[in-house]
Design a protein around this ligand. Structure first.
Ligand SMILES: Nc1nc2c(c(=O)[nH]1)N[C@H]1C(S)=C(S)[C@@H](COP(=O)(O)OP(=O)(O)OC[C@H]3O[C@@H](n4cnc5c(N)ncnc54)[C@H](O)[C@@H]3O)O[C@H]1N2
Ligand code: MOO
Length: 477
């Protein structure tokens, strides 16, 4: 690691590792006087500029009301569908049609969603089981030890009745013989020379016996439909006697990446940039429960886009870029040409307000993600996630809130989605949250839903989780 790598990696420029504003110099090579630039965090464009110099905007200034000349989006110019309503519309779209299901062996069901409840096929445990290695005893002691040297082992068939006043060696997991009243752990009993067993502590009736049906009875519902099949679910299903599971077929999704300026390898140069969405959107969709059939690069070719959309057999087509009104923004014209029904045409959310949802045919949809990479993430979570959740049969988790540690400026009218990390019982907004930036979201644990006007320390904000576990403490706070 070079010295420069270290400087940039250890904490956000101009910030301590803990996220407290640093008092030291601004980063090398950046003009220090930029620190004094008046700014409002509510404006993504200004925020982007601030992130570039590693500064936070002054928290006392202009809360929730960016100066109009600093807002690249000119508040009021674009009023889309309210964010909550857009999510509800996407969710409704995902409910259209019948869920396809399939029955597979357990291992092949991993990562899909239960189409029907998981029901126990047996009692668990299915016989009275010893919880310890030791002695099964019947009645009060001392007990006469049965002559069977190895005792009762796990996996044995029927066992004989244990007569009152007798004891037999027993292994963990073995069937407790009828008549036994308790199991005594081997370290808590001692046999004398005459073959009599003495307990060294008080023996409670039923101790260290797992009674039949303690965990469930045959026919009990163990998990509801809509549960994600995790390794633990596979284990439970096997324990409960299941060999196969009925799960929802993953919805097919095709990703079309638009833009002639995109390179798929090497260094960005000559006005060309690396395609950041091609490598990101497919895996993200898989994590949301989709089967991604292809990620195709279409460039800025209007005909190729139309052909790709009309020829696709995917349940959901995702496009990236081309949602705005520039000369090569082909998504709207293409949707008109193919007779699609626009269900959501712009959302009152920052970043990502040009995102859209269209119906292509009954049960087939297109989500248009804006090209700016964090705006595309916003579109994924706002439109693609609720739609795919329904189409893959997943239960909707109850929304949850967390207390905000630091002030976040808001857009005057729109919801903002801001990458955050969890720190204790609070969430901390991350730097590098401009619409063209992925540096914040790549370190984030989730996105905070910041209402119009912004959030103050202590405000409880809804948090959208990312579809993978938090992997680090997160930097750039
Ligand atoms: N006159 C207006 N212009 C823009 C508005 C507006 O309201 N009025 N909205 C801005 C906002 S906000 C966004 S977001 C973008 C959305 O634009 P598009 O969806 O048409 O996307 P593009 O123009 O194709 O690209 C925008 C930006 O993102 C870069 N990009 C595109 N694809 C990728 C990719 N796969 N990997 C990395 N970066 C990508 C592209 O090079 C552009 O820089 O429109 C604004 N304009
Ligand atoms: O703010 Mo745009 O919606 O750049 O994302």
């Amino acid at each position: 690691m070079t010295a420069q790598d270290h400087d940039l990696g250890a904490s956000a420029p101009g910030q301590g590792a803990t996220g407290e504003p640093a008092t030291g110099p601004v980063p090398r090579g950046r003009p220090a006087d930029r620190a004094a630039t008046p700014a409002a965090e509510g404006d993504d464009g200004v925020e982007e500029a601030l992130a570039l110099v590693g500064m936070r905007p002054a928290s006392s200034r202009n809360h929730g009301a960016p100066a109009p000349d600093q807002d690249e989006h000119s508040p009021g110019r674009h009023r889309g569908t309210p964010w909550e309503e857009a999510r509800a519309l996407a969710s409704n779209a995902g409910r259209a049609g019948v869920l396809r299901t399939r029955r597979d062996p357990l291992a092949a069901s991993l990562g899909r969603v239960l189409a029907t409840p998981l029901v126990a096929l047996v009692d668990l445990p299915s016989f009275d089981t010893s919880a310890m290695d030791g002695w099964a005893v019947a009645g009060p002691g001392p007990w006469t030890v049965a002559s069977d040297e190895s005792g009762i082992l796990a996996g044995r068939g029927a066992v004989e009745v244990l007569a009152d006043g007798t004891a037999v060696r027993i292994a963990t997991g073995a069937r407790v013989p009828p008549g036994a009243t308790a199991v005594i752990r081997s370290e808590r009993a001692r046999a004398d020379r005459n073959g009599r067993l003495h307990a060294q502590s008080q023996v409670m009736h039923g101790q260290d016996i797992r009674p039949r049906g303690q965990e469930c009875r045959s026919g009990d519902q163990l998990l509801p439909a809509g549960t994600l099949v995790t390794p633990a679910v596979l284990g439970l299903a096997a324990a409960a006697g299941c060999d196969e599971l009925l799960t929802v077929v993953r919805p097919k999704v095709e990703v079309l990446v638009l833009g002639d300026e995109l390179l798929t390898e090497g260094l960005p140069q000559d006005g060309l940039i690396r395609d950041a969405l091609g490598p990101m959107i497919g895996p993200w969709l898989r994590a949301l429960g989709a089967e991604v059939t292809a990620t195709r690069r279409i460039g800025d070719d209007a005909d190729a886009l139309r052909r790709a959309v009309t020829e696709s057999d995917a349940d959901l087509v995702i496009t990236t870029g081309g949602t705005a009104a520039g000369p090569v923004d082909h998504v709207h014209p293409m949707l008109r040409k193919v007779g699609a029904e626009l269900l959501v045409d712009g959302v009152s959310v920052r970043p990502g307000h040009p995102m859209l949802l269209a119906g292509l045919a009954p049960g087939r949809y297109l989500v248009g993600l804006p090209g700016n990479p964090l705006a595309a993430v916003s579109g994924l979570l706002t439109l693609a996630e609720p739609l795919l959740r329904q189409r893959s049969g997943q239960a909707t988790p109850a929304p949850y809130r967390a207390s905000l540690r630091d002030e976040v400026h808001g857009h005057p009218q729109d919801t903002r989605l801001v990458p955050v990390v969890h720190r204790g019982d609070r969430v901390v907004p991350l730097h590098y949250r401009g619409p063209a930036m992925l540096r914040g979201i790549a370190a984030a644990h989730g996105l905070a839903v910041v209402p119009p006007g912004g959030g103050r320390p202590g405000d409880e904000l809804e948090i959208l989780d990312l579809p993978w576990p938090p992997s680090s403490e997160g930097c750039f706070t």
